[in-house]
Design a protein around this ligand. Structure first.
Ligand SMILES: [Zn+2]
Ligand SMILES: [Zn+2]
Length: 120
């Protein structure tokens, strides 16, 4: 069976392709707003956010089933957020006592922006 796992990066924003990606996979387990999926074509494991139409959703390739629920996606998502903003601004984050630079075009750094619930 043909699948597209190989052509995808490790961390994929799946909001627009949710049905396409998730519907074709086997759900092995579910956790707290996360699912463990396996591609029936190549066996690739994916940890994905549960569907939420108001949220940016991500899927991450996993190399093993072990502790799949506690895999840290936050760091990877923050890295992606910085990329999405083409980097950092020259002005500091507006949050109290924060020493980091804001994301380009935003008032807050990636950590504080993430705290507001932003994922993109
Ligand atoms: Zn696959
Ligand atoms: Zn900050």
């Amino acid at each position: 069976m043909q699948c597209s796992c190989g052509g995808r990066s490790d961390l994929v924003e799946v909001g627009q392709y949710y049905t396409e990606i998730v519907a074709g996979m086997r759900c092995l387990d579910t956790g707290d707003w996360v699912k463990l999926l396996q591609c029936p074509g190549c066996g690739q494991l994916w940890r994905t956010d549960a569907w939420d139409k108001y949220q940016t959703l991500y899927a991450l390739k996993l190399s093993s089933l072990e502790d799949w629920e506690s895999v840290d996606m936050e760091t990877l998502i923050k890295t992606r957020m910085v990329e999405n903003h083409s980097g950092l601004d020259t002005s500091p984050c507006l949050a109290m006592d924060c020493k980091q630079f804001a994301l380009k075009g935003r008032a807050y750094c990636v950590d504080h922006f993430y705290e507001t619930g932003a994922r993109a």
